[in-house]
Design a protein around this ligand. Structure first.
Ligand SMILES: Nc1ncnc2c1ncn2[C@@H]1O[C@H](COP(=O)(O)OP(=O)(O)OP(=O)(O)O)[C@@H](O)[C@H]1O
Ligand SMILES: [Mg+2]
Length: 344
């Protein structure tokens, strides 16, 4: 395959979003996302329900993506679908759908690593990071600090040793009984709270390495709530405003401090001028604010995806697939889902 795949159909089904996008030469023409609501009552994603919902939605979402981009299946030059990491049943739906589509049309198929997709979500904007850059991926399942020297080449500097940042947001929201996913709710409540009200720990703040840890922070919030009889019971919040706002703001500040500090040090150590912050938690308003402040003081430019591209979406998958297709890369029909795939 040569580098003349212009129109790419991207497919994302790694967790609880069914998404299909159409990109023309790296420009997003459509990006349709169906977020599964079926999991809300369980306070987390139920894998089997996720697979079933993907099966139900994949065809209508693809049709909507094609219609919005004003192209037909015959116009598509290549198909890119996510093959890991993620929930195996959920991955299999999009991956097999994508492979079958490409095979039926006789066009190339490219399997995409979901985390590589997140990295390139900042490239969907007009202003893109320049190489080399540092990428902080903060999502529901990952907290990765990467050095990206050139396109599609990753060096891992650090990662979380326990919970991912998004997971910590979701678990603390559960303790507070304020709903799932927890990130957006905590973000909102924290706006009316005092980030200095409670001193929660910043793990590894002084450590030489670039790894993160959020389980100590989570336990600290748990003890704080338990000791004051504020733990949610039956999913109903016990804490009342303004205490709830202060808890959210103080917890969020501890996460933001840890993320910004390690990234700041990586930027200095690797002598880069560009930073990308991607994944669901990159939607966090306080994280964006502190990153912008820190970056402006040091002459560094920081890039965030727009909110639509922070959480799972097919546009980022199509973009990474397009980059690989330009190098002549394709994936074999035997490619299968890899739930624990790493990016570096
Ligand atoms: N405004 C916000 N502030 C903090 N966290 C947020 C915000 N918006 C979303 N999140 C968090 O982002 C996470 C979802 O992000 P994303 O969809 O990238 O994760 P995922 O795809 O489930 O995980 P992964 O990409 O690691 O496989 C959830 O944990 C959610 O709470
Ligand atoms: Mg994701």
């Amino acid at each position: 395959m040569s580098g003349n795949c212009n129109i790419i159909l991207g497919i994302e089904t790694s967790c609880d979003e069914t998404s299909v996008a159409v990109l023309d030469n790296g420009t997003v023409n459509s990006n349709i996302i169906s977020s599964q609501v079926v999991h809300k009552e369980y306070g987390g994603v139920v894998p089997e329900l996720a697979s079933r919902a993907h099966m139900k939605m994949i065809v209508p979402i693809m049709q909507e993506a094609l219609a919005q981009a004003d192209v037909s299946l015959e116009d598509v030059d290549a198909v890119a679908a996510v093959y890991g990491p993620g929930l195996v049943g959920a991955l299999l739906v999009g991956l097999n759908f994508g492979k079958a589509l490409a095979w039926a049309r006789g066009i190339p198929f490219i399997g995409v690593n979901h985390m590589e997709g997140h990295i390139y979500s900042t490239f969907l904007e007009d202003e893109k990071p320049e190489y080399p850059f540092i990428c902080l991926t903060v999502s529901g399942g990952h907290t990765d600090l990467l050095f990206i020297k050139e396109p599609l080449v990753y060096e891992r500097l650090g990662r979380t040793r326990d919970d991912a940042a998004g997971e910590a947001f979701d678990k603390v929201a559960k303790m507070l009984g304020i709903g799932y996913p927890g990130g957006p709710v905590i973000d909102k409540l924290a706006r009316d709270g005092n980030p200095g009200a409670i001193s929660f720990p910043r793990s590894y703040a002084q450590a030489e390495h670039y790894d993160f840890s959020f389980s100590g922070l989570k336990t600290s919030v748990l003890y704080y709530l338990r000791d004051r009889d504020l733990l949610a019971s039956d999913g109903k919040p016990v804490a009342r405003s303004p205490k709830l706002n202060d808890i959210c703001a103080s917890f969020q500040e501890a996460i933001v401090d840890s993320l910004v500090e390690k990234t700041r040090r990586a930027v200095i150590d690797r002598d880069v001028k560009h930073v990308a912050v991607v994944g669901g938690v990159s939607a966090n308003s306080r994280l964006r604010e502190v990153f912008q402040l820190t970056a402006s003081k040091t002459g560094v430019k920081v890039y965030f995806p727009r909110l639509e591209y922070c959480t799972d979406n097919a546009a980022m998958i199509a973009y990474a697939g397009w980059l690989r297709s330009q190098r002549g890369e394709t994936s074999p029909a035997s490619l299968t889902a890899i739930p624990n795939l790493n990016v570096a």
